[in-house]
Write a protein that binds this ligand. Structure first.
Ligand SMILES: Cc1cc2nc3c(=O)[nH]c(=O)nc-3n(C[C@H](O)[C@H](O)[C@H](O)COP(=O)(O)OP(=O)(O)OC[C@H]3O[C@@H](n4cnc5c(N)ncnc54)[C@H](O)[C@@H]3O)c2cc1C
Length: 411
C-alpha cells in the first residue's frame, strides 16, 4: 500500500515535531505526516533535563548563542537571526506553555515537567491535522523523478518534500551516505570524567569554581574551560567539565578517554600570586592551624584534602610552614594534575557530535545542496552544543527554518 503526502517528516522527535507543526501552520492545505519508528514519539523530550525538559537558554544575542555550539557555531549564526530564544519563548507562550528562567540561564516549563511540552506538541499536531504514524521504521529512501519514496517493513510512503529529523541514527546516516551525503563519524559529547584520586575520593557533592585544562603528554594545554566543577562518586562533572567534553569531543575519543587534566582551584590566580597570598596569610595568622580554616573561599573538606596532598598535617600552624611547603601548597591549589581514566554518561543531557556534513547544507533553508526538496533539522546534522538547553534550541531553529523554506516554496 502506498501513502501519498505532500511532506514527510522522518522522525518524531523535537526537530521533527517542530518542523511539522510550523509547516502545517504556514501551509495548512498540505498533507503532512511524521514517520516514527518507536511506539511513542518525543521520547528524548520526555527524559530530557532530568524529566523537566530544558527547552532553551536565556541568551538573547545571536552571536553569543552561536558560541555555545562546538559544531555549528558558524552555520547557526544566520538562522539565529531568524529564530532564536525569544522566538522559542513566544512560540510556546502562544500555545499556552509558559517558560521560566533559572539562575544559571536554563529555561524550563513552569510546570517543571517535560510532559507539558509533549502534550503541547501532540495536541497541536491533532489541531493542525498532522498525521503522526508510529511503529514506522524507515528502511529505505529513494529519490524518484519528482518525489521521495520511503519504505518501512510493511508500507511505502511518497511525498514531494522530505524532512530528515531522525537524530543521531547510524542507519539513517547510512541511507544518506548512499544518497551521496558525507557523514562526519559520530563520537559522544557531553560526558563526565572518571578520576580515581585520593584528593577527591571522599568529596562527592562538593562544588567550586575552577579552571580546568586538558594537557598533552608534555603538559601543553590543548583545551581549557572555567566554571563550576562538581566532584562526583566517579570523578568530576559540572559545567567546567561538560564544556571540555563538548569542545574536546573529537580529540578525546582517540585517547579512549585516558588523558591528563590540570585543575586551578583558584580559577585564574597564578602559582606565584598564590605563594604571595600564602606568605601574607602566614604573617597575619601565625598561630592558626592551617587545616581548620579554609582560605580562598574553598569548601572546607576540599581545602583540607589539598593541604594534606601538599604535605601539611592536621597540627601544622602557619608559623611553622617553610617556604618550600608554601610553594607546594601554591602548586597544588593552582596546578593539581589528575589522570582521567574513562568517561561516564551525564544523565541530564547527552548528545552525539557528528552527522551530515554542514558543507552540504544551505543554512538559509536547511535544504540539502545535493538533492532538491531534501531538508535536515536537529541532531542529524553535525551540530551539537554544550549543556543548558542549546541542543533543543538547535532543533527549534532548524525546524522553523525548514518550515519557512518549505512554505515559501509550496505557496
Ligand atoms: C537523556 C537526555 C537528556 C537531554 N536533555 C536535554 C535538555 O534538557 N535540553 C537540551 O537542549 N537537550 C537535551 N538533550 C539533547 C536533545 O534531546 C537532543 O539534542 C534532541 O532531542 C535532538 O532532537 P532530534 O529531533 O534531532 O532527535 P531525536 O530527539 O533523537 O528524535 C529523532 C527521532 O527519530 C526517530 N527515528 C530514528 N530513526 C528512525 C527511522 N529509521 N524511522 C523512523 N523514525 C526514526 C527516533 O526514534 C526519534 O524519535 C538530551 C538528550 C538526552 C539523551
Amino acid at each position: 500500500m502506498e501513502n501519498k503526502y505532500d511532506i514527510l517528516i522522518l522522525g518524531g522527535g523535537a526537530a521533527g515535531f517542530f518542523s511539522a507543526l510550523n509547516i502545517a501552520e504556514y501551509a495548512p492545505q498540505k498533507r503532512i505526516a511524521i514517520l516514527e519508528r518507536g511506539k511513542d514519539v518525543l521520547t528524548k523530550v520526555k527524559v530530557s533535563g532530568g524529566g523537566r525538559c530544558n527547552v532553551t537558554h536565556a541568551e538573547f544575542i545571536p552571536k553569543e548563542l552561536s558560541k555555545q555550539y562546538p559544531r555549528g557555531e558558524k552555520e547557526l549564526l544566520g538562522p539565529f537571526h531568524s529564530f532564536m530564544t525569544g522566538d522559542t519563548i513566544a512560540w510556546f507562550e502562544k500555545r499556552g506553555v509558559a517558560l521560566k528562567i533559572e539562575e544559571d540561564g536554563r529555561m524550563f516549563p513552569v510546570t517543571d515537567s517535560s510532559q507539558t511540552i509533549i502534550d503541547c506538541f501532540t495536541s497541536e499536531a491533532e489541531r493542525l491535522g498532522v498525521a503522526v504514524l508510529k511503529g514506522q521504521a524507515v528502511k529505505d529512501i529513494q529519490k524518484q523523478e519528482d518525489e521521495w519514496l520511503l519504505r518501512t517493513a510493511t508500507e511505502s510512503f511518497t511525498a514531494k518534500m522530505l524532512v530528515m529529523a531522525s537524530g543521531s541514527n547510524p542507519k539513517i546516516w547510512n541511507l544518506l551516505s548512499n544518497l551521496g551525503h558525507k557523514i562526519i563519524p559520530p563520537v559522544p559529547s557531553l560526558f563526565t570524567f572518571n578520576i580515581n584520586d585520593s584528593r577527591i575520593a571522599d568529596l562527592p557533592g562538593i562544588a567550586t569554581n575552577a579552571t580546568v585544562q586538558v594537557v598533552d603528554k608534555n603538559g601543553k594545554s590543548l583545551l581549557a574551560s572555567e566554571g563550576p566543577l562538581l566532584i562526583t562518586h566517579w570523578g568530576m562533572s559540572g559545567p567546567a567539565i561538560l564544556k571540555l567534553s563538548a569542545w574536546g569531543a573529537r580529540i578525546l575519543e582517540p585517547t579512549d578517554y585516558h588523558f591528563d587534566i590540570i585543575v586551578n582551584w583558584l580559577l585564574d590566580a597564578s602559582e606565584e600570586e598564590t605563594l604571595e597570598m600564602l606568605i601574607d596569610l602566614k604573617g597575619v595568622n601565625p598561630k592558626q592551624t592551617l587545616i581548620k580554616y579554609p582560605q580562598f573561599d574553598l569548601p572546607k573538606r576540599l581545602w583540607q584534602n589539598l593541604l594534606m596532598a601538599s604535605g601539611i598535617t592536621a597540627e601544622d600552624i602557619w608559623a611553622e610552614i617553610s617556604k618550600k611547603k608554601l610553594q607546594n601548597i601554591a602548586n597544588t591549589l593552582t596546578k593539581s594534575g589528575f589522570q582521567v581514566t574513562g568517561k561516564s554518561t551525564f544523565k541530564e543531557e547527552f548528545v552525539t557530535a557528528g552527522g551530515v556534513d554542514l558543507k552540504e547544507v544551505n543554512f538559509k533553508t536547511f535544504e540539502s545542496k545535493l538533492h532538491k526538496n531534501l531538508y535536515f533539522a536537529g541532531e542529524i546534522l553535525n551540530i551539537d552544543a554544550i549543556t543548558g538547553g542549546f541542543n533543543f534550541q538547535n532543533a527549534w531553529t532548524g525546524g522553523y527554518m525548514v518550515a519557512k523554506a518549505i512554505a515559501e516554496k509550496t505557496l
